[in-house]
Design a protein around this ligand. Sequence first.
Ligand code: NAD
Length: 484
Amino acid sequence: MHKIAVAKGDGIGPEIMDAVLTIFNAANVPIQYEIVDMGKWVFDKGYSNGMTAEAQETIETLGILFKGPMETPKGKGVKSINVTARKTWNTYANKRTFQTLHGVDTVFSKAGIPIDITIVRENIEDTYGGIEHMLTHDVALCRRFITKPGSYQVIKYAFEMAKKKGARRITCGHKSNIMKITDGLFLEVFYEVAKEYPELNSDDVIVDDLCMKLVTKPDLFDVVVLTNLQGDIVSDLCAGLVGGLGFAPSANIGDHISIFEAVHGTAPDIMGKNIANPTALLLSGIGMLRHLGLMETAAIIENALLYTLESGIHTGDFGDKSIPSVNTTTFAEAIISNFGKEPANNPKPILENKYVTPTIFKLKSNPMLETKSDLEEVIVGIDFFIESNEQPTEVANKSLKHTMDIVKLVTISNRGTQVWPRGSVFTNLVDQYRCRFESIGDVPLTQVEILELTKGMMKDFKVCSYEMLNMFGGKKAYSLAQGQ
Ligand code: NAD
């Protein structure tokens, strides 16, 4: 008997969770549930991360959390309980499956174009670190971290899953034509991992092109893996292809703890009315059953759900308006009464292990520190981000005073566009420049030499921030300014 933690959540959470657990109980799902205290209501009691210490301990012991939607407390500085949970437990892969469901009308279902897309989104890194600063009154900065081990974990998971699923294609969505270093790293790791799976058809698409192709020819895609922000947007786009967030299950997969939840929120406008649609949470629960290896029970419940949708039974938020809608409880009862029936049109769930979420790939003892490189690493310069509302030539003249025998001022840019030594009068400027100093002939610089330079620049400017310019194995590990 498996034991899992269940958090019913806020808003419609308890209503849809009760409906799903009623269906599970009717199907004799061999799982024991331990209800844990988590959500906005727990936050309101003074628990700043939205869960009690007992809840955290239970989830960490049991390893699986099945959760309803949770309200994000309003107010500056308050982090989302959902995001905190994903990050705290390093659920690095967000997997969402999107399938055509008969009974849920979309332009594609009407056109007879089948959709079966799985989006795997990196769940921890990228701009979601939330590391943001105002550099000047007018200029905000968000740091974007893409790491090799972080990318490896999620991409490896996506390939394992694609292999078990027998995927037709696995595609990396990215923007490495612009973000050559960050997205470039993600793409490089993708093709490194792809070498381990020669039997899979792997390729990549630039994310804007991917969006266009997803809405014109969604049947071209099978498994798509993306970085966090791009994956966030593309997964909601895919939810739209199959009928909206009410039909979008989600699994947050980690090495030790995995979270299964619906993608939609707490729907405060309809809470307490017993009219919410439990389909997304049920689909997430079915994914959880498969994750636990309960293939047959998952198939019985999924078949009954698909049969119910196909027969036209629907809650008020979707379906044929000429057929009266039913409430949450009746919808759940209809599914239970359809146990043992198989849908005619909807894809029949497969009982084989093909769709099992793979055994999680465990990196060795200390995964995030393991990626070591033998490449020589030297500092060859520094980018100063300074506050100034002077003309670029004035900024340059002041900066040039601080050049040393071994260091030269190479370029000054504003919002990433070069404005010195060459620029255009048509470039709009904000009050924050980047002044780049590089060593002459790429001679390695010591941090003490960098400090001397920094002291000099600080005499003339407010330095808001700086970044070292590194060379790894003789290659520049930083991007050029636009026009440099
Ligand atoms: P929402 O998804 O709660 O609601 C958007 C619209 O969709 C509403 O009209 C709602 O009635 C409808 N809707 C959503 N789920 C439905 C369902 N199952 N059946 C029928 N109709 C449904 O989005 P929101 O209003 O932006 O967010 C409300 C709260 O939920 C916020 O506090 C937000 O932070 C939180 N939220 C939580 C999660 C999560 O727990 N993973 C995800 C998104 C939003």
